[in-house]
Design a protein around this ligand. Structure first.
Ligand SMILES: *[C@@H]1O[C@H](CO)[C@@H](O)[C@H](O)[C@H]1NC(C)=O
Ligand SMILES: *[C@@H]1O[C@H](CO)[C@@H](O)[C@H](O)[C@H]1NC(C)=O
Ligand SMILES: *[C@@H]1O[C@H](CO)[C@@H](O)[C@H](O)[C@H]1NC(C)=O
Ligand SMILES: *[C@@H]1O[C@H](CO)[C@@H](O)[C@H](O)[C@H]1NC(C)=O
Ligand SMILES: *[C@@H]1O[C@H](CO)[C@@H](O)[C@H](O)[C@H]1NC(C)=O
Length: 476
């Protein structure tokens, strides 16, 4: 009998470890063409990723997660914070239409609402300082009043720049002085509501921003001399950074608030340090760390993580750098970039990519070498790049070795593909032409665009058009 019991336990332990790793992923849609949500669901399931963090609450997208077992974090964009802050009824209405509506039996497993996205970034010049906390309060209040407060928590994804430790170690951490009072109020609100503190931590950015940052310290493989702080040895930047938050929370009397890592990852292009080799190394060490279920020296328990990101997004702002469009563990078309093992056992295999991807035709737009009037070349390239994505051509990028003509063709092709291969987008005063021969050069991919899934013009819009048409007929 005891043996049978043992067997049962063994079986189910094995099962549970092969299903839930508690791993989440961010899915952003700032791309000219995005994969359909049904494909995203397939990719998450095939790769055993069981949580998704969204940047909006688009009804059409969210409903695809119903009955999938995938836990969903909805997002409210920064430009909505003012509305949510000033209008509680609006928050209530939003909860009704965009949260409660998904919670029928077999519906969507919504657990968090992310209010804003890194709203206190220094780059925003304080634009969202007044609205973020009231918006958070209104959303949680509306969730509570809908009877969902126990199950669904409102939180704020913060950039790690909301806290600092000067030139000292984590033990000297505190919230940034300009927002210290506000952060204290917010973390106490989390404490009172049993909501988590969401933080985005990027060792890559430390490397990108500071030439003197020790490369090895960005990874988790311990190939570095430990840095000691207050009796604790740190071998990686992530642990030190998260512990700075732990100390900051403690100083704000917010100890005990759960910490979730809302974004963590490594880009693969558009930067000297953004390449597949380093990304693979980062994730490999990260998954091994995650498998130990041990957090950091000052936060020793299990930590939930959301990778950043699922797919590349070719329309993200590149203000921070060209790497911004290359954070995906999958390419724009859902093809995996490098082997990994999310169980942390080190058996790295290629993740399972998107299935049944619908590409546009095998056509490329390139420089017409016989064009006569080449005076407009520079301005044409600039135009094409500013309205598409030439980040792979930049210093350190996968297409940086192209020759002058190659640079032009790359720009023309990206513009053409991101405009759905519209023939009008491959003219440039006769400087460009469409070809059917693959224009890729060595390891520099000239991609083919995806068929648009018509996300925003869904069935509703078509119905409206039809209804309008019939009204028009009856009027006749
Ligand atoms: C919320 O739901 C309503 C009703 O379905 C919809 O019209 C609205 O666009 C949704 N809001 C967002 C942000 O998706
Ligand atoms: C912030 O201020 C700087 C300098 O005044 C300005 O260049 C930038 O556009 C501002 N950013 C935002 C988001 O307002
Ligand atoms: C990746 O980046 C590192 C740091 O810049 C560099 O040493 C390495 O050669 C690069 N690897 C590849 C394959 O580009
Ligand atoms: C191609 O463009 C990139 C990015 O602007 C530049 O660094 C490189 O020097 C260009 N190559 C040639 C041959 O003009
Ligand atoms: C074009 O060639 C590149 C590099 O050889 C390859 O990776 C890509 O799949 C090809 N594209 C198509 C549509 O065949």
């Amino acid at each position: 009998m005891a043996h049978i019991k043992l067997l049962i336990w063994a079986c189910c332990l094995a099962l549970s470890t092969s299903f839930a790793y508690g791993l989440g992923v961010n899915w952003g849609t700032q791309a000219a063409q995005t994969l359909p949500p049904s494909t995203i669901v397939q990719m998450l399931k095939d790769n055993k990723i069981d949580k998704v963090k969204l940047f909006d609450s688009d009804h059409w997208t969210v409903k695809y997660f119903a009955g999938t077992g995938i836990e969903v974090m909805l997002g409210l964009p920064n430009n909505q914070l003012e509305k949510f802050a000033n209008d509680y009824d609006f928050a209530k209405e939003w909860v009704k239409n965009n949260v409660s509506a998904h919670l029928y039996n077999g519906g969507v497993d919504i657990k968090f609402v992310a209010v804003g996205n890194e709203p206190f970034l220094k780059a925003y010049n304080g634009s969202f300082l007044k609205t973020t906390f009231p918006a958070l309060q209104n959303v949680q209040k509306a969730l509570n009043s809908a009877g969902l407060g126990d199950k669904i928590k409102a939180t704020i994804p913060q950039n790690a720049d909301v806290y600092e430790s000067g030139n000292s170690g984590p033990s000297q951490g505190d919230f940034r002085s300009d927002i210290r009072d506000l952060m204290q109020k917010i973390c106490r609100f989390f404490k009172d509501n049993n909501a988590p503190f969401l933080v985005n931590i990027y060792p890559f950015l430390s490397l990108h921003e500071n030439k003197h940052f020790p490369l090895e310290f960005a990874f988790f493989d311990g190939q570095t001399k430990a840095v000691r702080d207050n009796g604790i040895s740190y071998t990686n930047m992530f642990d030190a950074n998260l512990d700075t938050l732990v100390v900051s929370l403690k100083k704000a009397s917010c100890s005990g608030v759960k910490i979730i890592v809302g974004e963590i990852g490594w880009p693969t292009d558009g930067d000297l340090y953004g390449n597949v080799t380093l990304a693979k190394r980062f994730y490999s060490g990260f998954f091994k760390k995650m498998a130990t279920k041990k957090g950091t020296p000052l936060y020793p328990g299990f930590i939930e993580y959301y990778l950043f990101s699922l797919t590349d997004e070719n329309q993200k702002s590149i203000l921070p750098g060209s790497f911004e469009r290359h954070w995906g563990i999958f390419r724009y078309d859902g093809k995996p970039k490098f082997p990994m093992d999310i169980t942390g056992q080190g058996h790295e295999t290629m993740p399972i990519g998107a299935k049944n991807v619908k590409y546009l035709e095998n056509k490329w737009c390139v420089l017409n070498k016989y064009a006569e009037d080449i005076g407009k070349l520079p301005s044409s390239v600039q135009y094409a790049c500013s309205r598409s994505d030439c980040t792979a051509v930049d210093y350190g990028g996968s297409c940086n070795k192209l020759d002058g003509d190659g640079n032009v063709s790359y720009a023309f092709n990206m513009y053409f593909q991101m405009n759905g291969q519209d023939v009008e987008s491959c003219v440039f005063d006769g400087l460009a032409k469409i070809v059917e021969k693959n224009a890729s050069v060595d390891s520099c991919l000239f991609p083919i665009g995806l068929e648009s899934v018509g996300v925003r013009i869904g069935v509703d819009a078509i119905l409206n058009i039809l209804v309008g048409f019939f009204l028009f007929l009856t009027l006749l």
